[in-house]
Design a protein around this ligand. Structure first.
Ligand SMILES: Cc1ncc(COP(=O)(O)O)c(C=O)c1O
Length: 458
């Protein structure tokens, strides 16, 4: 029978809240400070992944709390079909006032899925505005996640998450191979060959669909939750961007998880030698202090809509919500003023070094990868053959549990290889963490992986 866990302030009460796991309620989080979360027993848990790469400033940052309180006292809500607000204008200026990579407009929403939906709809609208209504197709990649609403779920491709809803998903989307070197690069291939093969596959997909029917290609610069922090090989993004340009399709980057400083630059694309036509951001934008996401749009696309219908055919009740905007503005100011991107790069090097020392020769870790404070380890049954554990063993869930028992919250996932097989653990510590806390994260994760492996051996 489902009852609240012992950690509940009211033990024995059946929760009315529909949790992700309907049989077992999660423990209560009752407080937080810095990189620590506090449960109902007063136990402190080291937040090694900021939830799902969200809490970039950790918990209860005074500057952000102050910004939220002062905005709430001034104006908590005004509907965007009647009014704009100072705080929303200020956030848009902050994000695209300097036109980074030609991005000149910001559409403010409540999270990552909404940001991706907006990106897809703007891409479609752009082609209607410029007289190319036949462009109705979107190409994405396997082993990607773009959100859980139906459009974003259709764009992503993690078959385990999609399976139940497949009949509801649009067939406007098709998928090419991911830039996932550990699993997809052939032994006979150099990195350059691998990139050339992936670009050729994208080219072939354009040809198969009819190049002038494709509206956009969408990808995560560093793949997050599906495969665990997978950066693309050198030259991949310029190569796929060139394919899009050749065929007049838009290039959309989903930086919901890897963006806003997570990989050591504000935008992950800054390291790739490309700029997107449209970009989705969320998690690190507001750092979890309020639900907020944004779709950043290039000047070219904004101008086409302005010169065309002059209307953006989209909208949500809570878009550009003043509290979300206030949180995001404060988070972004803190990142700049406290020089946190430099900190992410420095601590990222330490995190990588420690992970390689701890897991580089581990029999059950096949790969350590990532960038900045965004690192993943891929769990395998056998390092030499790269064979995964039997999915029925739920290795990722075992590691999550073992880590929590040791006072570490990390973000393990399953279906790493094909949506069903494979396990990984994702780490995304807050940018404010210390070197000592990085050491603790790796130490506790090491113990958790060893304990989980030992557990199944019995
Ligand atoms: C790359 C990426 N895109 C989109 C989303 C969806 O964001 P949200 O859960 O805020 O709707 C996520 C969430 O994990 C993500 O990682």
């Amino acid at each position: 029978m489902t009852t609240s866990s012992a950690a509940s302030p009211t033990p024995g009460r059946r929760s009315r809240l529909l949790h992700r796991n309907l049989r077992e309620d999660p423990p209560f989080a009752v407080g937080g400070h810095g990189v620590w979360l506090v449960d109902a027993h007063g136990r402190e848990v080291l937040d090694g992944s900021g939830g799902a790469a969200v809490s970039c400033l950790g918990h209860q940052h005074p500057r952000v709390l102050e910004a939220l309180a002062s905005q709430a006292k001034r104006l908590a809500y005004a509907h965007t079909s009647f009014f704009t607000t100072e705080v929303a204008e200020a956030l848009a200026d902050d994000l695209v006032g300097h036109e980074p990579g030609g991005l000149a407009g910001a559409y403010l929403v409540c999270g990552g899925s909404e940001a991706v939906e907006t990106a897809l709809k703007i891409a479609r609208q752009y082609f209607l505005e410029i007289g190319q209504p036949q462009r109705t197709r979107i190409i994405a990649r396997r082993q990607s996640y773009h959100g859980n609403t139906l459009g974003a779920l259709a764009a992503g491709r993690h078959d385990g998450r999609r399976e139940a809803f497949a009949p509801l998903l649009s067939n406007a989307f098709s998928h090419v191979s991911p830039a996932y070197a550990y699993r997809e690069q052939r032994a006979s291939e150099s990195e350059k060959d691998f990139v050339a093969r992936l670009a050729a596959e994208l080219e072939a997909e354009f040809a198969r669909l009819g190049p002038d029917t494709v509206a956009a290609f969408i990808a995560e610069p560093v793949v997050g939750g599906t495969s665990g922090c997978v950066p693309a090989p050198e030259g991949y993004f310029p190569a796929v961007r060139a394919v899009c340009e050749r065929h007049g399709a838009l290039f959309i980057l989903d930086e919901v998880m890897c963006g806003m400083g997570r990989t050591g630059t504000l935008h992950a694309w800054e390291r790739e030698g490309v700029v997107p036509d449209i970009q989705a951001i969320a998690k690190g934008l507001g750092g979890g202090y309020a639900p907020i996401g944004a779709t950043l749009v290039s000047g070219k696309v904004v101008q086409a809509m302005r010169d065309g219908s002059g209307i953006l055919r989209h909208g949500h009740t809570y878009m550009a919500h003043p509290l979300g905007c206030a949180a995001a503005l404060a988070v972004q100011q803190v990142i700049r003023e406290e020089n946190l991107l430099e900190r992410v790069r420095g601590l990222g090097q330490l995190l990588e070094r420690r992970l390689v020392e701890r897991f580089g020769n581990h029999h059950h870790v096949g790969d350590v990868r990532g960038r900045g404070l965004f690192y993943g380890i891929e769990i395998v049954a056998d390092r030499a053959s790269k064979a995964p554990f039997d999915p029925a063993l739920k290795m990722n869930a075992r590691i999550k549990r073992a880590a929590l028992e040791r006072g570490l919250a990390c973000y393990p996932g399953g279906g790493t290889i094909d949506g069903f097989k494979g396990d990984h653990v994702l780490l995304a510590p807050p940018y404010i963490c210390t070197a000592n806390e990085i050491e603790m994260i790796v130490e506790r994760l090491g113990e958790a992986v060893d304990a989980a492996v030992k557990d199944i051996a019995h």
